[in-house]
Design a protein. Structure first.
Length: 165
């Protein structure tokens, strides 16, 4: 499936070739609605402030990485974006930070790579660190490649090392 909305909502690993296509999407996608010939000329009624005050149209991505279960439950879980859960949203934030090459995200991504108990998060953190690059990212990717207990995460770290500067 190449539907970006589907991919932002589907749990698990996002295929590597699709990750760059997600850009900075956290949840859903309206591109099909925007290009549909039947929708041309209709008034856009989307709220510019996003999904309620706690999930703005352009949320800050780094705080999503360390969001607690309680914070998620009292904010994003109350929106349409919350039905898939915190892990899927955090995975999408990790991918978005890699696509944006967000240097300020290196430290929190390293923390996720080294400490997060969820392999799907560590795998995408490895990919994003590879996309962002830098000596610190390379150091932790090499450590992950050697020590992570989950084979697919080690493989992702290996591929990320091949792609970093």
């Amino acid at each position: 499936a190449r539907c970006l909305s589907y991919l932002t909502q589907c749990p698990g690993v996002v295929p590597e070739v699709i990750r760059p296509l997600l850009g900075n999407l956290l949840y859903g996608c309206d591109r099909c609605q925007e290009v549909c010939p039947y929708n041309q000329g209709l008034v856009n009624t989307a709220r510019p402030e996003g999904l309620f005050p706690f999930f703005p149209a352009e949320p800050r991505l780094i705080p999503i990485l360390s969001m607690t279960r309680k914070e998620f439950s009292s904010t994003i879980a109350l929106t349409a974006a919350g039905w898939r859960g915190k892990t899927t949203l955090q995975r999408n934030a990790v991918i978005a930070l890699g696509n944006l090459k967000h240097r300020e995200a290196v430290a929190p991504l390293i923390r996720m790579l080294a400490q997060d108990p969820r392999p799907v998060i560590r795998l995408h953190a490895a990919w994003s660190l590879g996309a962002i690059g830098g000596a610190r990212a390379r150091f932790y990717l090499e450590k992950c490649r050697q020590q992570d207990p989950h084979g697919p995460v080690r493989e992702e770290a290996r591929k990320a090392l091949e792609n970093t500067e």
